[in-house]
Design a protein around this ligand. Structure first.
Ligand SMILES: [Zn+2]
Length: 629
């Protein structure tokens, strides 16, 4: 369903910048950042020659191209947040999908908007929906995904291009004197791989390569459309990916778990005809360098204290030493309860910090097949020193830290919880590479759950828990399975354990709140729903469910506030609108009963204007009939 989200909490920060005078921008180029989600460089013709990607090959040929740039994290939302802030995830605080970007962290879109740019984004997958906060600074953030049977449907590349061109067309019509900044996100290469049949390529990875071909065709249409609209005369384009895809390497099917190059090396192209000479560089440029580079190329103030650097010198064809890349995945820890992974990668070597560290000589062993940690202790120590240096930098925001304004509004509704931030992993956790078999078991249990074999999934998750009783993934997903089977009390017990393992796990809290609601434990359900909105303040369904519980607890005033927040966030959601109107109708009745006729009339008018069919009921109600407008 198409959603227009109201930027409730981000506005304060934007407002403080709004007064700054916009500099002259008549000569500034239009800027487009195109991100192909889940794109391995070797799926591109210009990198490996095994796949025909003519549009992306042309873009690369005409631009400065880096076939082996490095993403700081193989997860969609954290990687995009790094791309647009210049910070590594441990510093911007968005370390997993579902985390919410703090308003304290400056973004590229904000900086460009402040400089006079018209800013727009078109995103195509759930992890980038506006509620997670990456929309800050974008005047238009199109995350209008549709859902089918409760599952979000990713936007196909052709529709993404059409939406991007709609933004440019509207901009040309309304504000052609302003330059524009547009972020275009293609999600097709993310699993499941279902390319248009004509684009499917032969071989084991033919479906994946076919999805990349679909993105290539959409980029061709985007460039044609921009040209037809006259928007490409002075256009600076960045093309990159948020992360790669393992495709079975290192025992990983997709991405997010390990930090090997198969999921963390990405292509990067900076294309600015007439300004930057075409050429290739084997430097290990980093996603975190993109925002500092763009600010530098556009002559805008740099963000102080970020991890990325401007690549301008390299782009101008001169030599530049790019600092080594810091890479992490906390998914093994946050998702499973195993040790998190961090890596330090130079152009030719890589250290992976794990319970058993790994060292790879990338110059001789690009596929990271032979761990040389034991034979290269001096190199291990050197890279470890560089890794510690990055980790000693102070964080700008922390995962799970509560927004003060949100906390205040929740306390007004009776919230008594705290603002727990993610706990640091203790020593002695399992090494993720020793858990590949158990992870495969969990993936197959998850597949059973997704395909509707709930009982089979529960058996498989229980089998995993018998091996590892505190496995976070098995706790959460078996709790979901129990809930689907309507074994609510067991679901509560299971999900409580998942929440105890990680207090910042919004999905576990959401499922626990739902189960507590189902068993009728309304006081605890209300607290738990409030914990969900503390972690994800713009999650409309949680506000709506909170309102429902408060109403059942005979607190219609608080229920009205929570439901009004849900409607504010998703004004077109019929269920939220109907529930809010019902609560206002009930409040009108009690106000009328208490003799406060003006207040009753106001509430009734609000209810009837949103939900006209309530008029009939009101006219039959002796108390309310005289107050019907
Ligand atoms: Zn992604």
């Amino acid at each position: 369903m198409p959603l227009r989200l109201h930027l409730v909490f981000a506005c304060a920060l934007l407002a403080s910048h709004a007064e700054a005078a916009a500099p002259a921008f008549s000569t500034r180029p239009n800027v487009i950042v195109v991100v192909a989600d889940t794109l391995r460089p070797d799926a591109l013709g210009w990198v490996a020659g095994r796949n025909a990607t003519p549009a992306l090959d042309a873009l690369a040929r005409e631009g400065r191209r880096f076939p082996a740039a490095v993403s700081p994290v193989p997860l969609t939302l954290p990687a995009h947040t790094s791309l647009f802030t210049g910070l590594v995830p441990r510093r911007h605080g968005v370390r997993d999908n579902g985390h919410v970007l703090s308003p304290r962290v400056p973004t590229l879109a904000e900086a460009l908007k402040r400089a006079g740019y018209a800013t727009g984004a078109v995103v195509s997958g759930y992890p980038l929906r506006a509620l997670f906060g990456l929309d800050r600074g974008f005047e238009r953030y199109d995350d209008a995904l549709t859902s089918e049977q409760g599952q979000w449907r990713d936007r196909p590349a052709a529709e993404t291009t059409a939406a991007a061109l709609t933004f440019v067309r509207a901009h040309r019509a309304n504000a052609p004197a302003r330059p524009f900044f547009l972020f275009v996100h293609y999600y097709d290469a993310h699993d499941p791989y279902v390319p248009p049949p004509a684009l499917r390529r032969p071989g084991a990875r033919g479906a994946y390569d076919g999805e990349v071909a679909a993105v290539d065709a959409a980029v061709a249409d985007l460039r044609r459309g921009l040209h037809a609209l006259g928007a490409d005369a002075n256009l600076l384009t960045v093309f990159t990916a948020d992360h790669g895809e393992a495709l079975g390497e290192h025992g990983e099917a997709t991405h997010g778990f390990f930090v090997y190059d198969s999921t963390t090396v990405v292509p990067l192209v900076v294309h600015w005809p007439g300004k930057l000479k075409p050429g290739a560089s084997d430097a290990a440029a980093r996603l975190i360098d993109v925002t500092p580079t763009l600010l530098d190329l556009l002559g805008l103030p740099r963000f102080p204290g970020v991890d990325g650097v401007s690549l301008r010198t390299l782009l101008e064809g001169r030599s530049q030493v790019v600092p080594p890349a810091y890479v992490e995945s906390v998914q093994p820890w946050l998702g499973f309860g195993w040790a998190p992974l961090r890596a330090l990668r130079t152009a030719d070597a890589k250290l992976i910090e794990a319970p058993r560290p790994e060292f790879y000589d990338l110059a001789r062993d690009a596929r990271e097949t032979r761990d040389r940690a034991a034979e290269r202790p001096a190199d291990v120590a050197r890279l470890r020193g560089l890794l510690r240096e990055v980790e000693s930098r102070s964080t700008v925001a922390s995962a799970g830290a509560a927004d003060a304004e949100v906390l205040e509004s929740l306390r007004a509704l009776g919230y008594v919880g705290g603002g727990a931030v993610a706990s640091e992993p203790p020593a002695g956790l399992a090494d993720p590479k020793d858990r590949v078999a158990l992870k495969a078991q969990l993936v197959s249990a998850e597949n059973a759950l997704q395909s509707g074999d709930v009982a089979g999934a529960l058996r498989a998750f229980d089998a995993a828990l018998s091996q590892e009783p505190d496995n976070r993934y098995a706790l959460l997903r078996s709790g979901v399975a129990l809930a689907r089977l309507e074994r609510w009390r067991e679901a509560v017990t299971r999900l409580e354990r998942a929440v105890r393992a990680d207090a910042t796990q919004a999905e576990a809290r959401y499922e626990l709140a739902d189960a507590l609601t189902a068993v009728g434990d309304l006081p605890r359900a209300a607290q738990e729903w409030m914990d969900v909105v503390r972690l994800q303040p713009r999650r409309a369904a949680a506000w709506s469910n909170l309102g429902g519980v408060l109403f059942r607890r005979s607190d219609p005033r608080a229920a009205e506030r929570a439901l009004a927040r849900a409607v504010e966030l998703e004004p077109r959601n019929d269920i939220f609108v109907e529930n809010l109107s019902e609560v206002r109708y009930a409040l009108a009745q009690s106000e009328a009963r208490a003799g406060r006729r003006d207040e009753a009339r106001r509430l009734l008018a609000q209810a009837l204007s949103a939900e006209p069919q309530l008029r009939r009921r009101a006219l039959l109600d002796a108390l309310l009939a005289p107050l019907v407008p």
